[in-house]
Design a protein around this ligand. Structure first.
Ligand code: SF4
Ligand code: SF4
Length: 354
């Protein structure tokens, strides 16, 4: 049975005492796991443009200082997005994180882990139902320690997102995200396409051609690398999102397993505060759905995510994410994660009082 640590706290209380995070984490095994000189990659979501729900730099300023005092070398990382937005390539992603969302406040590097255009990855063997190999951002391979900070939110495809989703999508390169999300090649919106042919020149697999004065994508040649989507100047190439929640969740869980296999030293912290209906990739300001629960932490991502959702539902006396995303059976991911050995379903809560 895994131990999940809990600090009950509302965001407005945390704002008055941000040192509470370090005091809480001192009661967990986190700091004993980090060694001097370790390169500590802090996996975080910097928030899409206009989003206000992401983990703010001030939440973790004291945590970064504490990791530095151990003698380790912390840095922040995330990967480029599959969809078009301000986080599609490393330059605009860095600018958004460092300058616009003010992560420069932390005085540590911000690194986009899958390179300039999301093409830098290595392959991890995985005995999954869907994948035999997962495409993980190159940087993950060389981490001494990975600290995963996740903001609990709802999600239109997965029902909710926290630690599992953060590492599965957030540590995959663009092609890795594509193969988790889709079963098919991008679709062309001919109404919008201006026939500039940039996509033809970008595709390394000769999957795109001009047929009858229209862009044509050969499904058999397409590998799902998603490069054409980010290159198209008109947004004419669309991701065909898979909506069948069961295989979608299975693919995400298999990727999460591949990430943990390649980075065995890790720890997770979930911020169950300012919980929104949609994830932090959404480019708009959202409202908080429910009362804040607090901060949860643990070494086992499965029990941590399950406990985070269970405790929120117990507090609210209803199934919060089922209510806002009724078509998604989000609990399926827990069962599948246990089946493939991602972690433990059973947990024991250790509530920390400061
Ligand atoms: S890059 Fe976009 S606009 Fe240009 S030809 Fe391809 S689909 Fe059309
Ligand atoms: S997704 Fe990749 S392989 Fe498929 S058409 Fe686009 S660029 Fe080519």
């Amino acid at each position: 049975m895994s131990k999940v640590y809990l600090l009950r706290r509302e965001l407005r209380e945390f704002e008055k005492e941000p040192k509470a995070l370090v005091k809480f984490l001192e009661k967990t095994p986190l700091f004993s796991k980090i060694k001097p000189k370790d390169l500590v990659g802090i996996k975080i979501h910097f928030g899409e443009d206009k989003n206000k729900g992401y983990i703010k730099p001030w939440y973790i300023k004291n945590l970064i200082e504490k990791i530095k005092r151990i003698g380790a070398k912390p840095f922040l990382f995330d990967t480029n997005t599959l969809y078009r937005g301000k986080r599609t390539n490393a330059v605009s992603h860095f600018n958004l994180a460092f300058f616009e969302h003010n992560f420069k406040l932390l005085n540590i590097p911000v690194i986009i882990a899958d390179g300039l255009k999301g093409k830098d990855y290595f392959e991890v063997d995985i005995e999954g139902k869907h994948f035999k190999r997962a495409k993980i951002a190159s940087l993950v391979r060389d981490l001494d320690f990975m600290l995963v900070l996740s903001h609990l939110t709802g999600h239109v495809l997965f029902g909710f997102g926290a630690g599992i989703k953060n590492i599965a999508m957030g540590c995959a390169c663009r092609a890795g995200k594509m193969e988790q999300h889709c079963e098919t090649a991008p679709r062309v919106n001919h109404q919008v396409c201006i026939l500039c042919k940039k996509c033809i020149n970008t595709c390394l697999y000769q999957a795109i051609s001009l047929k009858d004065e229209k862009i044509f994508i050969d499904q058999d040649k397409c590998t799902g690398c998603a490069q054409c989507i980010s290159e198209c100047p008109k947004g004419a190439l669309k991701i065909v999102w898979s909506e069948n929640y069961q295989p979608l969740q299975e693919r995400m869980v298999e990727y999460a397993k591949a990430v943990l296999n390649s980075c065995p030293n890790h720890f997770f912290v979930n911020f169950s505060m300012f919980i929104t209906k949609e994830c932090d990739c959404i480019s708009k300001e959202e409202v908080s759905l429910v009362k804040d629960l607090g901060i949860l932490a643990g070494s086992d991502v499965l029990s941590l995510d399950k406990a985070t959702v269970d405790l929120l539902n117990q507090q609210e006396k209803r199934d919060v994410f089922k209510e806002v995303h009724p078509d998604v059976e989000y609990k399926f991911q827990f069962e599948y994660a246990q089946k493939i050995g991602l972690g433990e379903l059973n947990y024991r809560i250790e509530e920390v009082k400061l």
